[in-house]
Design a binder for this molecule. Structure first.
Ligand SMILES: *[C@@H]1O[C@H](CO)[C@@H](O)[C@H](O)[C@H]1NC(C)=O
Ligand SMILES: *[C@@H]1O[C@H](CO)[C@@H](O)[C@H](O)[C@H]1NC(C)=O
Ligand SMILES: [Ca+2]
Ligand SMILES: [Ca+2]
Ligand SMILES: [Ca+2]
Length: 287
């Protein structure tokens, strides 16, 4: 601003060379005064403008503050919503897990292995009463419930198919069963339990005492089956390697007897890996 006034003053005085010096000074002063008034007015205007702008800034600050609050509230609500959703998902997954899973029978035991498998029920191993009449029967062993309930029944003996308990027998009689099972279980009857695991698939592997990688061992033991002299069919199952016995079952009943299953090498079975006369192990594995 000063530069402009100076230039203006120099021009005025150059004009003053022709006119008179006193009036030139007077003119300069008046003009400078006017200019200063002008500037002051404009400054005042600017001051007013600044005040207005400040007010608007303050307003904007308030608006931003409230927006920030809203965002925060949204985020918090979102978080709690997400938390609720996550909890719902977890519950759903638990439900699905409970709907899946699988069951297996643990022959020779009244309990489950304690690896996440729950007892569905326990009871008595049962099979065909082999000295009964006729040669037809169901071939499979049953895990009879230990706490039976009955529908309508008639107690007259009128059925050809009769089941009975299943006895630990094994051959020859001189065989040291304590070495196999920890106790001599000969002539006692076998209990059983049905176990439920959340693992979806399970299988019994004959010929192994442990599972393949990635599978969970449920229990292991010996492959057992019926006396070879029976006319009725039966099946092979996996007897726990530490079997329990049914109370009051030590009598030598021989109604339905269990035996080891052995490999016999010849032209048909691959030897090795199999070896003649060895009692076959078994394992139940789940995944
Ligand atoms: C005006 O002032 C100049 C310089 O100060 C001077 O030379 C000149 O004589 C003056 N003129 C009058 C009319 O006084
Ligand atoms: C049977 O086997 C067990 C365990 O190996 C052993 O302690 C016991 O002495 C054996 N009994 C006989 C009669 O050999
Ligand atoms: Ca018995
Ligand atoms: Ca017996
Ligand atoms: Ca043998």
């Amino acid at each position: 601003m000063f530069t402009v006034v100076k230039i203006w003053c120099i021009l005025c005085c150059m004009g003053g060379v022709i006119g008179d010096n006193a009036s030139c000074d007077q003119d300069v002063l008046v003009k400078i005064q006017k200019e200063m008034m002008n500037l002051k007015e404009r400054l005042d205007q600017k001051d007013t403008e600044i005040t207005i702008l400040n007010e608007r800034l303050d307003q904007k600050d308030v608006e931003i503050g409230s927006l920030k609050q809203q965002i925060e509230m949204c985020t918090t609500a979102d978080k709690s919503k997400r938390l609720v959703m996550e909890m719902d998902f977890e519950e759903e997954i638990m439900n699905l897990k409970n709907q899946l899973g699988s069951t297996y029978t643990r022959w020779g035991r009244t309990t489950c292995p304690g690896n996440g498998a729950d007892l569905a029920y326990s009871g008595y191993m049962a099979g065909t009463y082999h000295t009964g009449t006729g040669k037809g029967s169901g071939a499979n062993y049953l895990c009879l419930d230990g706490d039976p309930t009955w529908d309508y029944y008639s107690e007259s003996v009128n059925n050809d198919v009769i089941i009975t308990g299943v006895e630990y027998e094994f051959y020859p009689l001189a065989l040291n069963l304590t070495a196999f099972f920890g106790t001599n279980i000969r002539d006692a009857e076998a209990p059983c339990s049905v176990c439920r695991t959340t693992r979806n698939t399970n299988m019994m592997i004959p010929g192994r005492k442990d599972c393949h990688p990635g599978w969970t061992k449920e229990y292991s033991g010996y492959l057992v089956g019926p006396y070879s002299g029976y006319d009725d069919g039966s099946e092979y199952v996996c007897l726990d390697r530490r079997p329990e016995t049914v109370v009051h079952s030590g009598d030598n009943n021989n109604d339905n007897m269990l035996y080891f299953i052995e490999a016999r090498c010849g032209a048909s079975l691959e030897c090795p890996p199999y070896v003649s006369n060895r009692e076959l192990a078994c394992v139940v594995c789940s995944i």
